[in-house]
Design a protein around this ligand. Structure first.
Ligand SMILES: *Cc1c(COP(=O)(O)O)cnc(C)c1O
Length: 361
């Protein structure tokens, strides 16, 4: 068996140990005589799995008592609607959005169906190569929340710190940086993340919501997206994404056993720093993002001569380095180096890049 180094932006590589354990437990989960896929979500076995996953996630992120954890379906994009549906039916129907790339734009477009949405800042006029600094955000005092994307998966820009927006609830689409480092949950009203980047397989979406925001929903919110109803039902209002929830739980356990979020952060910073150093140290490769706001998770880069893109990708693939094509909207390459990408994978990529440059530069 030869596993490749998979640089996919999502669904993305999972820790090999997690996959091996899921494999071992596939036919018979801990003496139950069945797979987790086959269990009733209301039974004792799955309840134990769900509770453990929740407890481990709370522990990893030090989630304060007054926040609920929800394990929902619908993906990050589902929450583009879920957030306004849950937050724009109370004190205000206004929300301010900061746009740092494709995902932020999509969030605005979806939210505009449900409320009065304003763009408080955007990096679009500079091609999303930097982020609007907090002091330039134009916030409305009567907005119900401010939404931003801490890490933009496609453009590769990331907020180094959580911006301070005072008393207005801050909402973060953390899909591509969730669990990549410690984060102060108490600075957010709502955090959400599709699992398939850094926290598990596709199919489960994690929402962390402060409990005083649970009475702001619009009357039309679909019940499966209703934070209050799902919180009351422990995310089991209907059949939850059982197997994805279980696998995410295995990832949480893996992170805990590997030093927690501090250790992830340290390793991720080291991986990103060496890859950016390799890019910046050559005239053959380049990354257009302002260095201070470069993503530690998604590293886009361009070849000086894009006529070599196809050869780069084909030769990388042959060397066991896969899914390096950049998003179609930015072109070039993108290396996604989430928690599950070992440092050896980044080293192998850097080695290949040097070799490719030597042969083609
Ligand atoms: C991938 C991604 C999404 C979309 O997630 P889906 O689960 O495919 O809906 C949203 N936001 C960000 C930042 C992402 O990286």
């Amino acid at each position: 068996m030869a596993r490749v180094y998979n640089f996919s932006a999502g669904p993305a590589a999972l820790p090999e140990e997690v996959l091996a354990r899921a494999g071992r437990e596939m036919l018979d989960w801990q003496g139950s005589g069945m797979s987790v896929m086959e269990m009733s979500h209301r039974g004792a076995a799955f309840s134990a799995i769900a509770e453990q996953a929740g407890a481990d996630l709370r522990d990893l992120l030090a989630v304060p008592e007054n926040y609920k954890l929800l394990f929902l379906q619908g993906g990050g994009a589902g929450q583009f609607a879920g957030v306004p549906l849950n937050l724009l039916g109370g004190v205000s129907n206004k929300a301010d959005y900061v746009v740092t790339g494709n995902w932020g734009k999509k969030a605005v477009k979806e939210a505009a169906k449900y409320g009065d949405i304003a763009v408080a800042g955007s990096g679009e006029d500079v091609g999303f190569t930097t982020i609007p600094a907090r002091e330039n955000w134009m916030l409305r005092e009567d907005a119900a929340y401010v939404h931003y994307t801490p890490n933009e998966t496609i453009q590769g820009v990331e907020y180094p710190e959580v911006p301070d927006v005072g008393d207005v609830p801050l909402v973060g689409d953390m899909s591509s940086s969730f669990l990549s480092r410690p984060v102060d949950v108490s600075k957010f009203g709502v955090l959400y993340a599709g699992a398939q980047k850094n926290a598990g397989p596709a199919g489960v979406t994690i929402v962390i919501v402060r409990d005083d925001l649970l009475d702001q929903a619009q009357p039309g919110v679909p019940v499966v997206f209703d934070y209050a109803a799902q919180a009351d039902a422990d995310s089991m209002l209907n059949t939850p994404p059982c197997y994805a929830w279980y696998t995410a739980g295995l990832v949480f356990d893996w992170i805990k056993r590997n030093g927690g979020l501090e250790a992830m952060a340290e390793r991720n910073a080291r991986k990103a720093a060496k890859l950016y150093a390799a890019i910046d140290g050559s005239d053959f490769y380049r990354n257009p993002v302002e260095p201070a706001v470069r993503s530690r998770m998604n590293v886009p880069f361009l070849l000086a001569d894009d006529a070599l893109d196809a050869a780069f990708l084909a030769e990388a693939e042959a060397a066991g380095l896969t899914a390096l094509a950049g998003h179609r909207s930015v072109g070039g390459m993108r290396a996604s180096i989430y928690n599950a990408m070992p440092e050896a994978g980044v080293d192998a990529l850097i080695g290949f890049m040097g070799d490719f440059e030597a042969r083609n530069g």
